[in-house]
Design a protein around this ligand. Structure first.
Ligand SMILES: [Zn+2]
Length: 358
């Protein structure tokens, strides 16, 4: 019978995998808002262009075209503002839904695992909805201070940043006297960055909300948990920031030093709850033996990133790159020398650090 910690880790993993679909559909909705803004914008540019033509200007963007240019630029700003408002609302709704689901994760995972009679005795605390709403608002609000705050507050800025790009594209098309189709292509191209940024913002804020909501629930139930265990998804894209943390246990009573994934854009790591043993939980001798075996107070056992990545040269190279992999093989660096909690250390800094210690 696997330990409770292993079962919980797998339940959380299933949820985490489900988040990918949720992320995709939210990204998709935000991009549709962006596309609507784009369509409005292109319609306005086309209208300005044909009015220029109709007014008898040989090259519609020149001379009298100035008026149409101003109108088109104003439209850029309006369309981007609408896009930002629509996207914020949409993401806010998505985060609210997500935070509730994540906050009930501990309870649903435990009820999959334990008979009701045992679960009842654990007396789980619930996160109250106001706390969750505050957590989401903290990420979305104008005065938000968390690391995500920056990202979601930047939704407005996404529009703001796109405006000068579109303006530059439009202005250079106009001063070149470009055809409508060339102008359209230039404007669409200038919006591509906004598309990528929007997707990255949404994915990061979703992962942060997911992890923070689950964490809130863990903290509410600190009396039944020893702490949390770091789980890094083991695949070719597991990076040297997260990999070395895989399997680490962070105890609630030993300071607030636990990492808070996501640690970088695209990070899929999470913290899995680490239950106390049935004796520590104060459960009676009369509970079923199978439950006692589960609630043995042991951490989740499985292959760690270090074991996984060092088992094959190709894995080592794809995780670290050839130079770091070679440093590791020669024993000149350890696996956790390559990154801090937030970033991978550049090769030149690594070399400098090695010189200093040599
Ligand atoms: Zn990670």
């Amino acid at each position: 019978m696997p330990a409770a910690a292993s079962l919980l880790r797998d339940q959380y993993l299933a949820q985490q995998l489900g988040l990918i679909g949720f992320e995709n559909s939210t990204v998709f909705s935000v991009q549709r808002a962006l596309e609507r803004a784009e369509r409005q914008l292109l319609g306005e540019i086309a209208a300005a262009y044909s009015e220029g033509l109709a007014s008898g200007t040989a090259v519609p963007w020149t001379g009298i075209g100035y008026r149409y240019k101003i109108r088109a630029l104003t439209r850029v700003q309006e369309a981007m503002k609408e896009m930002a408002i629509e996207s914020r609302d949409l993401v806010h709704k998505a985060l609210t839904e997500l935070s509730r689901e994540q906050a009930s994760l501990l309870q649903s995972a435990l009820s999959e695992m334990l008979p009701d009679s045992v679960l009842d005795q654990l007396k789980l605390s619930k996160v109250n909805l106001r706390q969750l709403a505050a957590l989401v608002d903290d990420k979305m609000g104008e005065n938000a201070t968390g690391s995500v705050a920056k990202i979601l507050h930047d939704f407005d800025e996404l529009g703001a940043k796109a405006i000068p790009r579109v303006q530059r594209a439009l202005e250079s098309a106009i001063s070149d006297g470009a055809s409508l189709s060339k102008t359209t292509t230039a404007v669409v191209e200038s919006l591509k960055v906004a598309r990528h940024e929007a997707a990255a913002y949404v994915r990061t804020v979703i992962m942060q909300t997911a992890n923070d909501s689950a964490r809130l629930m863990h903290q509410e139930n600190a009396d039944i948990l020893q702490g949390e265990q770091y789980v890094a998804t083991l695949d070719d894209s597991t990076c040297p920031i997260c990999g070395p943390l895989d399997g680490n246990v962070y105890y609630f009573d030993k300071g607030p030093n636990a990492p808070r994934p996501p640690l970088h854009p695209g990070c899929r790591c999470y913290m899995s709850p680490y239950l106390k043993s049935w004796r520590e939980l104060g459960l009676p001798e009369s509970i079923p033996d199978v439950v006692k075996q589960q609630l043995n107070g042991r951490r989740a056992e499985r292959i760690t990133w270090e074991q996984w990545v060092t088992a094959k040269n190709s894995r080592l190279e794809s995780a670290l790159g050839p130079t770091r992999a070679e440093l590791f093989r020669q024993g000149k660096a350890k696996l956790d020398d390559f990154a801090t909690r937030t970033e991978i250390i550049p090769l030149r800094d690594l070399a400098a650090a090695r010189k200093k210690t040599a």
